[in-house]
Design a protein around this ligand. Sequence first.
Ligand SMILES: C[S@@+](CC[C@H](N)C(=O)[O-])C[C@H]1O[C@@H](n2cnc3c(N)ncnc32)[C@H](O)[C@@H]1O
Length: 205
Amino acid sequence: MSIWPWSDLVSMVMRYARPAGPTYRILELGCGAGANVPFFLSQQADYYAIEGSAYMVARLKERYPQVAERFVAGDFTADLPFPGSFDLIVDRSSLTHNCTKSIQHCLKLARDKLKPGGAFVGIDWFSSKNSEMRYGEIADDEHTRSNFQQGQFAHVGKVHFSDESHLRFLLSDFNLEVLEHKTVERLEPADNSRFATWNFVARKS
Ligand SMILES: C[S@@+](CC[C@H](N)C(=O)[O-])C[C@H]1O[C@@H](n2cnc3c(N)ncnc32)[C@H](O)[C@@H]1O
């Protein structure tokens, strides 16, 4: 239930895909509890979101009545039911809770929905160097795990982990403009924990 905008998302968007006023169209995949909504609305951008939890979508419609119709409940790996095309499609840690095949399909839908030169910004896609991977069982394909009984992903369902070559493969229909690997090693408590994720900007040529 994160409610504050994610700092990496703010930095990457402002640095590489800065919203340019009310005609700049943004689609967020998996907005969750709406952590990033205040940031996008503060930019006066034309913001839309799709989220799998109908409950969260109903709460967001109540919280932001001025843009209530922009929040859609649905599965972004099946359809992106929005008219027109977007300057920016952004995802923080949402596609990475789906299997490889579903991610591939969603990336194709997203690419089709981007304007030429539009950006797909991905934040916190889980890395295969993330120590939490050890707690899950392989599901669907070799990059997707589920049935986590402990750790950060306990009981959250599917978690997808990418190494560099897999991520480049997933994004091969885009120009990969920025690719960053972020790791945070925890020293205390001394539990060998390593948080590792990918941030990227992939542009439609
Ligand atoms: C870890 S949360 C991230 C939420 C938000 N992006 C944030 O940064 O605070 C992942 C979100 O993605 C949504 N999600 C995952 N797979 C989805 C799918 N196939 N279609 C729609 N929403 C999905 C979940 O319901 C959840 O709200």
